[in-house]
Design a protein around this ligand. Structure first.
Ligand code: THU
Length: 138
């Protein structure tokens, strides 16, 4: 699975976004180490706080199916029909990634289109992140 294909799946997931309040529609495609992809979209709520980001939708779908090893996530978002700028994962979503991913290896692909994207590790996006390793007894 190359980056272009993963971005294509994130763009498809974005079509499912339920964002009647912010009108900011986000799609994500999460690639497991076995090569399976879980898609997610943002899901908003009239009470606002129960809203869920696209990235966490994808992670929670995957983890609830037993997945524990992840390689990369592609993210697309924006207010227009097509994304016009990069949508970066929020701090809460970065922390969820930190729980299940090796920060030095996990790739976060923020995309405007299949051709225009940036790729960074989780460690670059969440420096000095706190994760399961910090709770290990020595
Ligand atoms: N959102 C995401 O789904 N992912 C992000 O990385 C940033 C924000 C959603 C949450 C909310 O539904 C809308 O975008 C506006 O914040």
């Amino acid at each position: 699975m190359d980056n272009r294909e993963l971005i294509r799946l994130a763009l498809a997931a974005r079509q499912m976004a339920y964002a009647p309040y912010s009108k900011y529609r986000v799609g994500a495609a999460l690639l497991t180490k076995q090569g399976k992809v879980y898609q997610g979209c943002n899901i908003e709520n009239a009470a606002y706080t129960p809203s869920n980001c696209a990235e966490r939708t994808a992670f929670f779908k995957a983890v609830s199916e037993g997945e524990r090893g992840f390689e990369a996530i592609a993210i697309v978002g924006g207010s227009q029909d097509n994304p016009t700028d990069y949508a970066y994962p929020c701090g809460v979503c970065r922390q969820v990634m930190m729980e299940f991913c090796n920060p030095e290896e996990f790739r976060i692909i923020t995309a405007v289109s299949e051709e225009q994207y940036m790729e960074q590790t989780l460690a670059a996006m969440l420096p000095h992140g706190f994760g399961p390793e910090n709770l290990k007894e020595s």
